[in-house]
Design a protein around this ligand. Structure first.
Ligand SMILES: [Zn+2]
Length: 478
């Protein structure tokens, strides 16, 4: 109401249609006017004097007049001319509209756009999506990315991102391209897709210990048992591959010591005989008994069927019976099960023949690597090599065999000879002189276990052949 009253002629002196501009309102310092609303404007119109009628457009007035005349007196020549003129105008208007429509159609649907792709000019119809454009052009030669397993193996050659694209210098994904239309003058750089790695999950699994092995000594034994730890692995959703991610609890490695024997309190040497028992064993046993010497015999399990009685006799004579495994195989060629069978079947055979079940072995050719320790370290006490090789198997003559021992003897030495596996007559001939010579040099001839017992670096259970793997220990996975 205030608005209408304000604008009444005579009240302010303004014309009824006059509406002050916003800045004028402020200049008039009339804050209530600044709150003008459509409602107040309507009220203002309602307040206009009733005699003020907006003038009708001239064409409307003419048409109204013609209609009035026509209804009164029918068609006339003047009326026909006017009607023709109207039709021409309508037709022209129609043509114009059609032209606009056609042009609009052309502009929005058919117009070719000029763009650059990988530095070359290419035309594309307006309205084409960028993704469609790239697809229809066979990706402009871009090679699809692959889908890879978490282990880096190819799951599918085209399972990765189909292509890479930079649009006007901005890196975009193929998904981005679906939602945009090609714009005139754009620049595309389409290149090979990227590899995608499959999805994966993580899990915590036991971490098996590894095995470490010292070298350089004649006697090898477990100085530290392996213990499992824990690790987190990543498992591929599709491939099932497991990849190490992180060690959360380190495993304790199995450690194989390799030591030479350094006896305290005397001079000791251990003579050892491999590959028996055989027909030569009784002769050797007789010499040892006659001269009051002790020795160690690394017997083959496979020999016990025929010569088992000599295995029994040597133990009765106070010598040491140990294992040379069953059939003199090169142990690194065997898998874990065959290796363990080769060791345990020999122990069975020796036990059957002599009533003792030795844990001590000498691997054929001395070949017992960290792998063999990892696979069978729990069923032996030690692997015994040698310090003095007589090379008796070459049959160099009794004197040469004797000299090899006497010239190289030292306290704690382990001497390699043979009582089986071939003609051992030279060993039988050399043995008396060897024993005499060593005794003359002040050595006591003892078994290997006794030799070890004079050196406290060898654990009691290794010396006694009573090794058992602790319950919380674990063999390496080798
Ligand atoms: Zn052998």
């Amino acid at each position: 109401m205030e608005q209408g009253q304000q604008n009444k002629p005579g009240t302010t002196g303004q014309h009824p249609h006059f509406r002050p501009a916003p800045h004028q309102q402020h200049q008039q310092h009339q804050p209530h006017q600044a709150q003008r609303t459509p409602r107040s404007a309507a009220h203002q119109r309602a307040a206009q004097p009733p005699h003020v009628t907006p003038p009708r457009p001239a064409t409307t007035r003419r048409r109204a007049a013609a209609n009035a005349a026509g209804s009164a007196s029918g068609h006339t020549a003047g009326e026909g001319a006017a009607s023709g003129k109207t039709a021409i105008i309508a037709a022209a208007l129609g043509l114009a509209l059609l032209g606009v429509a056609l042009f609009s159609c052309y502009w929005t649907m058919l117009r070719p756009l000029n763009v650059q792709v990988n530095g070359k000019d290419v035309q594309v119809r307006v309205g084409t999506s960028a993704a469609e454009f790239i697809r229809d052009n066979d990706y402009f030669g871009a090679k699809a990315g692959r889908k890879l397993s978490i282990g880096g193996n190819v799951i599918s050659e085209d399972g990765g991102t189909r292509y890479s694209v930079a649009l006007d210098g901005n890196q975009k994904t193929p998904q981005d391209m679906e939602g945009v239309n090609v714009v005139d003058g754009s620049s595309f750089v389409v290149s090979d897709g990227t590899d995608v790695t499959e999805g994966s999950t993580e899990k915590t699994v036991p971490l098996a210990p590894a095995v470490q092995m010292e070298s350089g000594g004649a006697v090898q034994f477990v100085s530290q048992w392996g213990r499992a730890g824990k690790k987190v692995v990543t498992v591929g959703d599709e491939s099932g591959e497991e990849v190490d991610k992180e060690v959360v609890d380190p495993a304790q490695d199995m450690v194989i010591a390799s030591r030479n024997v350094k006896p305290a309190g005397g001079k000791y040497i251990a003579l050892t005989f491999d590959d028996g028992p055989s027909g030569y064993t009784p002769d050797i046993l007789k010499i040892l008994k006659d001269k009051g010497a002790k020795a160690t015999f690394y017997n083959l399990g496979s020999q016990e069927a025929n010569y088992g009685k000599y295995a029994k006799q040597l133990t009765e004579d106070g010598h040491e019976l140990a294992s040379h495994t069953n059939a003199h195989q090169y142990l690194p060629n065997l898998d874990a099960n065959a290796l363990r069978a080769e060791i345990s079947s020999a122990a069975d055979a020796l036990e059957g023949a002599a009533g003792v079940r030795p844990q001590m072995i000498r691997a054929p050719y001395g070949a017992f690597t960290s792998t063999e320790w990892g696979r069978a370290g729990d069923i032996i006490s030690c692997n015994v090599l040698w310090n003095i090789d007589t090379l008796d198997w070459k049959r160099p003559g009794a004197d040469a065999i004797k000299a090899a021992v006497l010239n190289n003897a030292f306290n704690g030495a382990i001497v390699l000879m043979h009582d089986g596996g071939g003609n051992r007559q030279q060993d039988v001939e050399a043995l008396p002189g060897i024993i005499d010579g060593l005794k003359a040099a002040g050595y006591e001839l003892v078994t290997v276990s006794e030799l070890l017992s004079h050196d406290d670096q060898f654990p009691k259970e290794v010396v006694e052949g009573t090794v058992t793997m602790p319950k919380d220990a674990q063999l390496p996975q080798v």
